[in-house]
Design a protein around this ligand. Structure first.
Ligand SMILES: [Mg+2]
Length: 275
């Protein structure tokens, strides 16, 4: 049953460390390799001012490769699938880009929301005109979204930015606004998020495997859908970010990408002791 965890949330600051509680975590995982779902920015890569320079943490590629040799590993990101794929050059992984709208992995491929592309093309000029006059704003055209990054924008401009984007979205019923960490994104208004991508993957050959536990690790608000998807049968691990007060459906926490790397190394040693 997955309903139990859906309502179970706690502030991130009270969640136990997945490293300190590693034995309990592995007891839950059991003897089968887990199904791993991993966010990229703030999870496998440090958050950087320029999203274009975000890079997989050094040393993680062989760890991910070792994990993928034993069980399914998916990288689930808000980035374009091809973008995140390029940043995680590891064979045998599955990639779910654009918040899960665009999935590709060994023997599987799935795209959702392509009907919103025409609307994205339509609003692009207006959006560019209204947001690019604000300082520090970066606009990113994705194949299935329009992302407005405002990490480098002064706080006093955030409200104007938000209003410009929601105003444009209000005129386009096939689009909706998704809020991430210092990013607002216009996306096709299909009911599909990172959690739906996780559920879809869990039903695919290669992910169904021998009763492995699903583990989802991520830092962002959008990763809460992933934690809810793995539910009480799985394990959600939230990476602490700017606010520890946020409520999360995750069961454990980690301090940052370097702790994620340590956890994945220990997990690889656990599921592949001879590697
Ligand atoms: Mg993230």
């Amino acid at each position: 049953m997955r309903s139990e965890a859906a309502g179970s949330v706690a502030p991130i600051r009270v969640l136990p460390s997945a490293l300190v509680e590693f034995p309990a975590l592995m007891e839950r995982v059991g003897s089968h390799p887990p199904r791993l779902f991993l966010d990229f920015d703030g999870t496998l890569a440090e958050i950087v001012d320029d999203p274009g320079s975000a890079a997989l943490l050094p040393g993680l590629a062989p760890v991910l490769s070792r994990l993928a040799s034993r069980g399914p590993v998916a990288v689930v990101s808000g980035r374009e699938r091809t973008d995140v794929q390029r940043r995680v050059p590891v064979e045998g992984l599955t990639f779910a880009g654009s918040h899960g709208l665009d999935i590709q992995g060994p023997g599987l491929s799935h795209r959702v929301g392509e009907e919103g592309i025409a609307a994205l093309d339509r609003v692009f000029p207006d959006l560019a005109e209204s947001v690019l006059e604000l300082p520090g704003v970066r606009l990113e055209r994705k194949s299935l979204g329009l992302a407005v990054h405002f990490r480098n924008t002064p706080a006093e401009s955030h409200e104007a930015l938000h209003q410009a984007i929601t105003g444009i979205a209000a005129g386009e019923p096939t689009l909706r606004v998704i809020r991430g960490k210092m990013v607002l994104e216009l996306r096709p208004s299909v009911s599909w998020n990172k959690g739906d991508a996780v559920r879809w993957l869990e039903s695919q050959p290669g992910f169904t495997g021998p009763a492995g536990v699903s583990i989802y690790i991520g830092d962002d608000l959008t990763d809460e859908d992933g934690f809810a998807a793995v539910g009480s049968e799985g394990v959600g691990i939230v990476v602490r970010g700017e606010s520890d007060e946020r409520l999360s459906a995750a069961r454990f926490a980690l301090s940052g990408p370097s702790e994620v790397a340590r956890l994945l190394e220990r997990m690889a040693a656990h599921v592949d002791p001879r590697g």
